[in-house]
Design a protein around this ligand. Structure first.
Ligand code: ATP
Ligand code: MG
Ligand code: MG
Length: 548
């Protein structure tokens, strides 16, 4: 097994283990806020947190960071659990920050008692005006030195619902002159008369992220709390609360978030695409969500492999979408059964093949997995090939079908084109060919050498299938950093739907199955497929067509 260099978080964990910190225990957590579906950026965080724990014999908690009742919903909780499991990971415990509301309240009371927190009656504007700027210190407001007893009483009355939303907040009393703005008496609690998807109407005050996250980590005895770079300035506050409360010393570490070309990676923006109908839902196959990728035909292994390849670093970057595509292509090449379908049919009549006759051709299911054997494909007098596999006046070195030229039909016979039949407008209606009787694949005695091999289907035996072809969701590499509304940069042609003719094996295809359509790419059976009507999503082409 090749020796791999450790990423910076693995280095930290190995150092902690060598010093027997936390008794050699590793416990991470994945902390989604249930306010949207998970996206490929979350997959990076999931693979990192769960992967790290697996590697060092530890575990990972799934913790819903549900401290913001107005945007959260059980629909999201369910989808998140499903997506994490689908990616191949199992959590040790399922936790909710809201389960800790009583404990967090008690922590807040403790800080008030220590003179480290106070109730501020100022308006948001008044507080902002006194906060200073990064180069100018802030100034104390009129409520900063309130007596402990008064703070305790007011905080309790906040909890009881005696004050209006926005009229009071609980703030930590830290340092109004700190160069770190997050330490200038940050908010701990705000009043919000909102129904919570788990605690109902029990609470009308809710903790801020900074007063919930680190404390939840400590309650669960998380050893390594991994988050994205924008939380670096929050770290001092994370440590301050833990120190002043004298609770389990969880530590925060930051890594670079994943950004991908030609898409957006924020739940807020993805929600807009859903709500405004730019896509069919969170699981639209063009979405960078886990559910969208799954429906598109991505496999869990391909996503894990992608996360492995991009690695973990401490500097932000933009990853090329074609790397993600490379990973799914690589996986599907190994596992996807091969099938034939003609996307843009041209009729071929084999004039020397008797009408009414049919025979079976054996075609390999997957040359990468010979043990999967062959399937039967019916051959008959009338077939379809692709329009662009035929040219009436071909250039030199055109090895597909043309008048007088021969090609092999994959797993079947060599045919020669004799005649082109056109309608009154001059459009080609069919091409008439003869087949070489002793040239059948596997028993070819013709001695003929032909350069082109085409996919095909028998006209009468083939079935219509709907194919949904996808292009980039956005026209520009980095839509989120463009001027104006990011939605102006949507690609209007990101979806096109055609009807193809597919070999009859598709009659039994079931949603979620993946296939390689020969010479066309990888396709996944969509959940919109109903009896008698198959819908395929194009997962990815056979080659990287995006290369500039
Ligand atoms: P968004 O900005 O999309 O709403 P978020 O960070 O607010 O994302 P959370 O539900 O809080 O969403 O994220 C859960 C975890 O996933 C956090 O630890 C967060 O750091 C991580 N995460 C979110 N987006 C990315 C990303 N693009 N790359 C890597 N990790 C991410
Ligand atoms: Mg968040
Ligand atoms: Mg967010």
């Amino acid at each position: 097994k090749e020796e791999k260099t450790l990423n910076f978080i693995e280095e930290i964990v190995e150092k902690d283990l060598s010093e027997n910190k936390h008794g050699g225990r590793v416990l991470t957590r994945f902390p989604p806020e249930p306010n949207g579906y998970l996206h490929i950026g979350h997959a990076k965080s999931i693979c990192l947190n769960f992967g790290l724990a697996q590697k060092y014999g530890g575990g990972t908690n799934l913790r819903f960071d549900d401290t913001n009742p107005t945007t959260e919903d059980v629909e999201y909780v369910d989808s998140i659990k499903n997506d994490v499991q689908w990616l191949g990971f199992n959590w040790v415990e399922e936790r909710y920050a809201s389960d800790y509301f009583d404990q967090l309240y008690a922590f807040a009371v403790k800080l008030i008692e220590k003179g480290l927190a106070y109730v501020d009656d100022s308006t948001a504007e008044e507080i902002a005006a006194l906060k200073g700027t990064p180069t100018e210190p802030g100034k104390p407001g009129p409520y900063r030195d309130r007596a402990v007893a008064e703070n305790l009483e007011l905080f309790e009355r906040m909890r009881k619902g005696e004050f209006a939303e926005g009229s009071r907040v609980l703030r930590a009393k830290i340092d109004l002159a700190s160069p770190n703005m997050h330490l200038r008496d940050p908010f701990m609690y705000r009043i919000k008369f909102a129904h919570h998807h788990r605690t109902g109407d029990k609470w009308c005050i809710y903790p801020m992220y900074d007063f919930a996250h680190g404390q939840s980590d400590a309650i669960e005895k998380i050893t390594h709390s991994i988050c994205t770079l924008e939380f670096i300035p929050h770290r001092a506050l994370y440590d301050w609360f833990i120190e002043k409360l004298d609770i389990f010393p969880s530590k925060q570490y930051e890594f670079a978030r994943l950004n991908l070309t030609y898409t957006v990676m924020s739940k807020r923006k993805l929600l807009q695409l859903v709500q405004e109908g730019h896509v069919s839902g969170w699981d639209d196959p063009r979405m960078p969500t886990i559910s969208g990728l799954r429906r598109r035909g991505y496999t869990p292994a391909s996503i894990r492999n992608f996360c492995e390849r991009i690695g973990v670093a401490r500097r932000d970057n933009l990853i090329d979408m074609s790397l993600l595509e490379f990973c799914v292509r690589e996986d599907l090449n190994a596992i996807a059964p091969r099938r034939m379908a003609v996307l843009d049919p041209l009729k071929v009549v084999i004039t020397n093949y008797p009408e009414g006759r049919e025979e079976m051709c054996l075609s390999e299911n997957n040359p990468e997995k010979p043990e999967t054997g062959d399937r039967e494909m019916p051959f008959s007098r009338e077939l379809y090939i692709e329009q662009d596999d035929f040219m009436e006046n071909p250039p030199k070195k055109y090895f597909r079908l043309a008048p007088g030229q021969m090609v092999r039909l994959k797993s079947a016979y060599i045919i020669r084109c004799d005649e082109v039949v056109k309608n009154a407008e001059g459009t080609i209606e069919e091409v008439r060919c003869t087949y070489i009787e002793n040239s059948k694949s596997g028993q070819d005695e013709s001695g003929l050498k032909v350069k082109g091999t085409l996919h095909w289907v028998s006209a009468a035996h083939s079935i219509p299938v709907e194919i949904r072809q996808y292009d980039r969701l956005f026209r520009v590499e980095d839509p989120a950093s463009q001027e104006g509304d990011f939605k102006e940069y949507l690609n209007p042609d990101s979806l096109s739907i055609i009807t193809a003719r597919a070999e009859p094996a598709f009659k039994t295809a079931t949603p979620g199955e993946a296939f390689q359509l020969l010479r066309k790419g990888y396709f996944s059976v969509d959940s919109d497929s109903v009896d008698g009507k198959v819908v395929l999503n194009q997962t990815v082409g056979l080659r990287d067509n995006w290369a500039k």
